[in-house]
Design a protein around this ligand. Sequence first.
Ligand SMILES: NC(=O)C1=CN([C@@H]2O[C@H](COP(=O)(O)OP(=O)(O)OC[C@H]3O[C@@H](n4cnc5c(N)ncnc54)[C@H](OP(=O)(O)O)[C@@H]3O)[C@@H](O)[C@H]2O)C=CC1
Ligand SMILES: Cc1cn([C@H]2C[C@H](O)[C@@H](COP(=O)(O)OP(=O)(O)O[C@H]3O[C@@H](C)C(=O)[C@@H](O)[C@H]3O)O2)c(=O)[nH]c1=O
Ligand SMILES: [Mg+2]
Length: 302
Amino acid sequence: MRIAVTGQTGQLVSCLREGAAQWGVEIMSLGRPAVDLTRLETIGPALIAVRPDVIVSAAAYTAVDRAEGDAVTAFRVNGDAAGEIARAAKAMGVPLIHISTDYVFDGIGGAPYAETAETGPVSVYGRSKRAGEKAVQAVGNNHVILRTSWIFSAYGANFVRTMLMLARDRDEVRVVADQHGCPTNGMDIAAAVVTVAHQMLEHRDDYDRRGIFHFCGAGATDWASFADAVFDAQAEFIGVRPRVVRIATTDYPTAAVRPPDSRLDTTLIERTFGFRAPAWRDSLPDVVKQLLGEDMRGTYGR
Ligand SMILES: NC(=O)C1=CN([C@@H]2O[C@H](COP(=O)(O)OP(=O)(O)OC[C@H]3O[C@@H](n4cnc5c(N)ncnc54)[C@H](OP(=O)(O)O)[C@@H]3O)[C@@H](O)[C@H]2O)C=CC1
Ligand SMILES: Cc1cn([C@H]2C[C@H](O)[C@@H](COP(=O)(O)OP(=O)(O)O[C@H]3O[C@@H](C)C(=O)[C@@H](O)[C@H]3O)O2)c(=O)[nH]c1=O
Ligand SMILES: [Mg+2]
């Protein structure tokens, strides 16, 4: 199976590439400068040239705080480009897996969120991702919209990497303890994407296997407890760790508002596609180890 994926260096596309041989799939990543999601005319021709069996729309404007001051670009990339990718997929007769986020919810009293729950994004990023979902839905129904949350991996920018970087020169890190959600290992969401892709191809006209599905790591947490788990793992490998000071959102001002509780309910994807979301705690130490290894090489040379 040949999968076209948008983005080149992002977490999910990198994880798909890492798992490709093991999962027996070919990953064709499409990124800048050839495919620039702010230039919609670059999208269709590039997708057609690749002749994919399935398209995965993974690239996005993911800088949540920066998006607050750059709404035009965020909506272009997360909203308009999503629609353009869906139109190309439809023209080619190829199923589409579009990746979305827990930040489409307001996080006030609805968690764990089912797919049918009402959305109510509270940030530019969340609103632009919701616009992308609607753009995909407007084109047709040969798609899966996979909402996930709090992705971490050995690649790209993510919370685990940020915490390890802060720990290099601090013995205390202050982290919000009143925002709850579900961390997701990038390799787990990549594996889920491949399984969904296989089943969409195998069951071409099965509309139970189409629509919105939630997938995230098993075991809800909050950002401070997540940081604690990262540093527990760090301590195992290098013997030292900073203290986590649990703070309130009001003590950590950011440009974007984040949902206080965006835990996702993954029952539907488990029932429909027959796989469970693995516990993020089980695989976190391995990612921490990879990131620490990279850091050591960067700091001390090979
Ligand atoms: N990160 C997270 O915690 C979560 C992410 N998601 C969603 O999952 C998907 C994958 O996220 P993740 O892998 O973490 O993303 P990353 O932030 O790691 O990477 C973003 C990717 O988008 C690409 N991109 C951004 N702008 C453009 C553009 N104008 N043209 C072309 N490519 C562009 C980047 O390109 P380049 O390679 O050139 O840098 C990069 O490959 C996204 O749809 C995101 O909204 C959902 C929930 C949680
Ligand atoms: C760096 C740092 C962050 N924080 C807070 C800020 C924020 O409320 C929370 C998480 O910070 P981040 O900016 O890493 O997380 P954020 O970028 O909001 O992560 C989100 O990214 C998008 C793309 C998604 O789709 C979401 O699922 C989610 O993963 O931790 C601290 O309290 N202390 C710190 O030292
Ligand atoms: Mg961020």
